[in-house]
Ligand binder design. Structure first.
Ligand SMILES: *Cc1c(COP(=O)(O)O)cnc(C)c1O
Length: 359
C-alpha cells in the first residue's frame, strides 16, 4: 500500500489507528451485523456512539456543565450565519476581529443580520494587539478566528472582552492545545481539520446564549432546536460522529490535550527552525503569531517555478498536498494533530535535500 504524509489543510489526515478501527468495524459494528453507516440514528447502538463522543469531548476540553455540545452539519461556513442569527439579537450589533480570509467571510455573512464593526486593524500577517477598551460593551458578541488556516497566524492569548461573549471559529486548531472553555460564549469548528471527516460541525455554546433567536429563524438554524433534541432533531451525520468519537478516544489514550500540545509544539518548532535556517525558503509569519497547525512558506527570492518544482518533487517523495492556498500561493504544510512527528521529520529532511540540490 502506498504510504504518504498528507499535509492537506482539510480534509486532512486522520490517525492511522482510527482508520484501522473503522476498517475492522466496517461490516459489523459491535455485533450489530451492520455498518455504522446503516444504523438508525434512533438505535441504541448509535445513541451510545453519540453520547460517548460528547462525553469524550467534554473530558478532553474540560467543558463546564453550563455549556451544550452540538453535532451539526453545514460546516463552519453555516456557523457564519447561525451565530448572528441566534446571538445578534439584543442590540443587533457585533464586533469582528479580521485576521484572514475566513474571518472576513464570517464578517461578510454577519452583515446580513445587523450592525457589524471591525475591531483592530485588518491584517493578514499578524494578530492585532487587542485591549478591552477597543470593544463595544453593548455588542452582542465579539467574533475571532483563533487560527487562520490560510495565513498561518494564530492568537497566542485571548482578547479580554469583558462581559461581551467571545465567539470563536476554531475550525483549524480545536483540540490542538488545552483551552479554557469558560472564556468563550460559543466555539464552533468544522470537523475536517482536527476532528474527523467532513460533514460534521461541532458547536459548544453557553447555556444563556441558547433560546434568544427571534421566531423568524428557521427551525434548523436555531441552536435551541439542536439543544432540545440532543443533536438529533433530524438525521445527524452519523458516520462522521462515529469517526470523531474514535479520534477523541485516540486523544484520550495519547494522554489528552497537554500531551497533544507538547507533540504539536515539537512538530511546529522543528519545521519553523528548518525554514528559519533555510536560505532558499522563508516562513513569512514571525514570532508569537505563528500557527502551530498551518505553516505557510515561500521561496525566499519569490521564484514561483522553484516553488512548483518543490511541490511536485515533494509529492513524488510521498509528501502530499503542500501547495499553498490559491489566494496566497507558495507552500503550506498543515500539521494537525494526526500528523506524526515522523511526517514533519520527513518534510524537514526533504527541504534540506532540496536546498542542497537547488543552490
Ligand atoms: C476550513 C475553515 C472554514 C470553512 O469550513 P467549512 O466547514 O468548509 O465551512 C472556516 N473557518 C476556518 C478557520 C477554517 O479553517
Amino acid at each position: 500500500m502506498k504510504q504518504v504524509y498528507n499535509f492537506s489543510a482539510g480534509p486532512a489526515m486522520l490517525p492511522k489507528s482510527v482508520l484501522k478501527t473503522a476498517q475492522a468495524e466496517m461490516l459489523d459494528f459491535n455485533g450489530s451485523g451492520m455498518s455504522v453507516m446503516e444504523l438508525s440514528h434512533r438505535s441504541k447502538w448509535f445513541i451510545d456512539i453519540l453520547e460517548a463522543a460528547e462525553a469524550n469531548l467534554r473530558k478532553l476540553l474540560d467543558i463546564p456543565d453550563n455549556y451544550h455540545v452540538l453535532f451539526l452539519q453545514g460546516g463552519a461556513s453555516q456557523q457564519f450565519a447561525m451565530v448572528p442569527m441566534n446571538l445578534m439579537v439584543r442590540n443587533k450589533k457585533a464586533d469582528y476581529v479580521l485576521t484572514g480570509s475566513w474571518s472576513k467571510k464570517a464578517y461578510k455573512e454577519a452583515q446580513l443580520f445587523g450592525e457589524v464593526r471591525v475591531v483592530g486593524e485588518d491584517t493578514n500577517n499578524h494578530i492585532p494587539k487587542l485591549t478591552k477598551d477597543m470593544f463595544d460593551p453593548n455588542a452582542d458578541y465579539v467574533h475571532i478566528t483563533t487560527n487562520n488556516t490560510i495565513e498561518g497566524t494564530a492568537f497566542s492569548t485571548l482578547p479580554d472582552t469583558g462581559d461581551v461573549p467571545l465567539v470563536a471559529d476554531m475550525s483549524s486548531n480545536i483540540l490542538s492545545t488545552p483551552i479554557d472553555v469558560s472564556k468563550f460564549g460559543l466555539i464552533y469548528a468544522g470537523a475536517q481539520k482536527n476532528i474527523g471527516p467532513a460533514g460534521l460541525t461541532i458547536v459548544i455554546i453557553r447555556d444563556d446564549l441558547v433560546g434568544q433567536a427571534p421566531a423568524t429563524v428557521p427551525t434548523m438554524f436555531n441552536y435551541e432546536t439542536h439543544v432540545k433534541n440532543k443533536s438529533s432533531f433530524n438525521t445527524p451525520p452519523t458516520y462522521s460522529i462515529y469517526i470523531a468519537k474514535l479520534v477523541f478516544d485516540w486523544l484520550l489514550d495519547l494522554g489528552g490535550l497537554e500531551e497533544m500540545e507538547r507533540l504539536n509544539r515539537a512538530k511546529a518548532d522543528l519545521l519553523y527552525q528548518a525554514l528559519d535556517e533555510s536560505k532558499l525558503f522563508d516562513a513569512p509569519i514571525k514570532g508569537e503569531d505563528r500557527s502551530i497547525m498551518n505553516v505557510p512558506f515561500i521561496a525566499a527570492n519569490g521564484d514561483q517555478e522553484l516553488e512548483a518544482k518543490f511541490i511536485s518533487e515533494a509529492k513524488a517523495a510521498g509528501l502530499e498536498t503542500l501547495k499553498g492556498h490559491r489566494s496566497v500561493g507558495g507552500m503550506r504544510a498543515s500539521i494537525y494533530n494526526a500528523m506524526p512527528l515522523a511526517g514533519v521529520e520527513a518534510l524537514v529532511d526533504f527541504i534540506k535535500k532540496f536546498e542542497e540540490s537547488n543552490q
